[in-house]
Design a binder for this molecule. Structure first.
Ligand code: 5GP
Ligand code: MG
Length: 178
């Protein structure tokens, strides 16, 4: 099997195989299960990129859990547009609830800072963040990440929910631009 693949008009190479992602996602779920033992949790997935991470993580969660999604957008092509625009938001009331935000990848932190700000205004009991991927060198905002799957260099990745101009979300492994 070739480890180089073309998504739209760019070449990508394998970065993290699906088996390693599955192992890490299960470990994150285990930490969450322990940290929130006996409590109810509302997961909030940031669309679109987190949908596969959210689906896999949730199936490893043993808590009394619900999930909702919010859609934000700050990214165009391969660089962050630097401005967050909310497309559709949170249903219901978060007051007094334990909320865990699920993000695919944190780069500058702009998207997450915006999401956290919105959620905090609704006075949750406890607020945590789980991100599959984190590019620590790109972070410009002051945010704290409670659960991180993998730390990456600043290179552009696709697969497992993350896209390149809309394509590549269906890839079951993670790939980096070659
Ligand atoms: P931030 O707001 O932290 O700068 O960027 C976060 C958002 O940018 C993520 O939710 C994701 O949608 C997008 N993003 C950042 N880095 C990458 C990347 O390497 N690949 C893809 N496909 N999206 C990225
Ligand atoms: Mg995203």
């Amino acid at each position: 099997m070739s480890r180089i693949l073309r998504v739209k008009d760019k070449d990508f190479k394998l970065l993290i195989p699906r088996s390693a992602i599955a192992t890490r996602v299960a470990a994150l779920a285990e930490q969450i299960n322990a940290d929130f033992h006996g409590q109810e949790v509302l997961f909030v997935g940031i669309m679109n990129g987190s949908f596969i991470f959210a689906a896999d993580l949730l199936r490893e969660i043993k808590l009394c859990a619900t999930i909702s999604f919010m859609r934000l957008s700050s990214y165009q092509g391969q660089s962050s547009a630097g401005q967050v625009e909310m497309v559709f938001g949170l249903p219901g009331d978060l007051k007094g609830k334990n909320v865990i935000v699920l993000e695919d990848i944190v780069e500058t932190g702009t998207t997450l800072e915006y999401a956290i700000g919105m959620i905090k205004k609704m006075n949750p009991a406890r607020l945590a963040v789980a991100t599959l991927l984190f590019k620590p060198q790109a972070l410009t905002r002051t945010i704290s990440l409670d659960y991180v799957g993998f730390e990456l260099e600043e290179n552009f990745v696709v697969g497992y929910g993350l896209d390149y101009d809309g394509y590549g979300r269906n890839l079951s492994s993670l790939y980096v631009m070659a």
